[in-house]
Design a binder for this molecule. Structure first.
Ligand code: FES
Ligand code: FE2
Length: 354
C-alpha cells in the first residue's frame, strides 16, 4: 500500500555527505540523493540511462551527479549535461535523462514527494504542499537538548510499524523488560484527535509506574534525588508527567515524554522500503544528562525498546493491515489504530491510497 501525493521522510539529513550521493529506497524503488550547487537536495531515480549503473555509486562534482561507470553527468532536473566519451559538438541523445523526484530537507530528515502518477511530468516545486508541520522538534544545536540518531530495519509492513508507534496498550507487555515494566494495563488518553493528515493522543504518564524501574540503574540513577523535576512546571498534578504521541502522514511519528524539565522526544520516520520492509530512522532528544558520556546509555535504551517492538511487530499477520478492519478485532482502547485506519480509508476513497 502506498500513499500518493505525499511527502515521505526517507533519510537522516546527517547521512548526506558533500561529495557522495546517498542511495535511498522507497516503495520498491531506489533513488540517488545529493546536494546541488545551491546547497539544496536533489533526487533522481537511481539508474543511469547509459547502461543502468546506480547513480548513487558515483560522485558529486560541482553540484551535479556523475555516474561512476562512464562519467555521464546529470543535473537536478534529470537531464544529462555531459558525456565524456562523446566528441565535442555531438548533440546530446534525446533519451539521455533519468526521472527527477522532488526532494526537501526538514526536521533533520530528507523527504521525497511520491506523486499520484510517477510517469507524468514533474510538477513545479512551488505547486507542491509544504512538508507536514512536524513538531515541536528541537533545532539542531539547541543547548537545552542532547540529540542522538540511529536507524533499524524491520521485516514488517510500514503501516503495521506506524500503528505500533501509536499503540499505547502494548507497553506493559512488549516493554516489560524496559520502560513498560511498571506501566498500567489501562492507560486512558486525556485527549485524542484526528485532524488533516495527523493523529494525536495525550496521556498522563505516572512517573512512578513508568520510570521508577529505570531510575535506579546506571547513569540514569543520577537523575534521582536533587535533579527531580518540578511537577508544577509540567502543569500536572502530583507525581505524573505527560506523554504526547503524534503521527503525520505519510510516515513520521513523534513521542514526547514530559516530566517538567525532564523531557525526552523520539522523532521517527518509518520508511516503506517495500511492502515487507520498513526502515526506522530515529532522532532522540533528551533534556537531561546532556553530557556525551551518557550517550552510550541513552542509545542502548532506544535500541533496546525498538528491538522489543520489532520482535512482536514482525510476527503480525496479515503482513499488511486490512484498513477495513476485517483482519483484526479492534476495541475502543485501540482508538489510535482505528483513527489511522479511518484516515487511510478516506485517502483510499480519494484515490490517494493504492
Ligand atoms: S552506466 Fe552510467 S555512464 Fe555508463
Ligand atoms: Fe513499543
Amino acid at each position: 500500500m502506498k500513499l500518493l501525493d505525499s511527502w515521505y521522510a526517507v533519510a537522516l539529513a546527517s547521512s548526506l555527505k558533500p561529495e557522495q550521493p546517498l542511495a535511498v529506497q522507497l516503495h520498491g524503488e531506489r533513488f540517488a540523493l545529493w546536494r546541488d550547487a545551491s546547497g539544496g537536495v536533489a533526487a533522481l531515480l537511481d539508474r543511469c540511462p547509459h547502461k543502468g549503473a546506480s547513480l548513487s555509486a558515483g560522485r558529486v562534482n560541482a553540484g551535479v551527479i556523475a555516474c561512476g561507470y562512464h562519467g555521464w553527468c546529470f543535473g537536478a532536473d534529470g537531464h544529462c549535461s555531459s558525456i565524456p566519451a562523446q566528441h565535442t559538438g555531438e548533440p546530446m541523445p534525446r533519451r539521455a535523462h533519468t526521472r527527477a523526484v522532488h526532494c526537501r530537507e526538514g526536521y533533520g530528515f530528507l523527504w521525497l514527494w511520491w506523486p499520484r502518477d510517477p510517469q507524468s511530468p514533474l510538477p513545479a516545486a512551488a505547486a507542491l504542499p509544504p512538508l507536514p508541520p512536524v513538531g515541536p522538534v528541537p533545532e539542531a544545536g539547541d543547548p537545552e537538548w542532547r540529540n542522538l540518531e540511529g536507524q533499524v530495519e524491520w521485516q514488517a509492513h510500514w503501516l503495521r510499524v506506524l500503528e505500533a508507534f501509536m499503540d499505547l496498550t502494548h507497553a506493559p507487555f512488549v516493554h516489560s523488560g524496559s520502560f513498560g515494566a511498571m506501566a498500567p494495563d489501562q492507560l486512558m488518553p486525556e485527549e485524542q484527535w484526528v485532524q488533516d493528515d495527523s493523529l494525536y493522543e495525550r496521556v498522563l504518564a505516572p512517573r512512578d509506574r513508568h520510570y521508577r524501574a529505570d531510575q535506579g540503574r546506571g547513569l540514569w540513577a543520577l537523575f534521582n534525588g536533587d535533579e527531580r523535576p518540578d511537577d508544577k512546571a509540567a502543569g500536572t498534578a502530583g507525581d505524573a508527567g505527560v506523554q504526547h504521541i503524534q503521527l503525520w502522514l505519510a510516515n513520521v511519528s513523534l513521542v514526547r515524554v514530559v516530566f517538567g524539565d525532564f523531557r525526552i522526544s523520539l522523532l521517527t520516520a518509518h520508511v516503506p522500503i517495500d511492502d515487507g520492509q520498513t526502515l526506522n530512522l530515529w532522532r532522540h532528544f533528551r533534556s537531561f544528562l546532556r553530557t556525551p558520556l551518557a550517550d552510550g546509555n541513552a542509545r542502548g535504551r532506544v535500541e533496546r525498546f525498538m528491538a522489543e517492538d520489532q520482535r512482536m511487530v514482525e510476527t503480525l499477520t496479515p503482513r499488511e493491515p486490512d484498513v477495513d478492519g476485517r483482519g483484526d478485532l479492534l476495541l475502543a482502547s485501540d482508538a489510535m489504530t482505528l483513527g489511522l485506519r479511518k484516515l487511510l480509508r478516506d485517502k483510499r476513497s480519494s484515490g490517494l491510497l493504492v
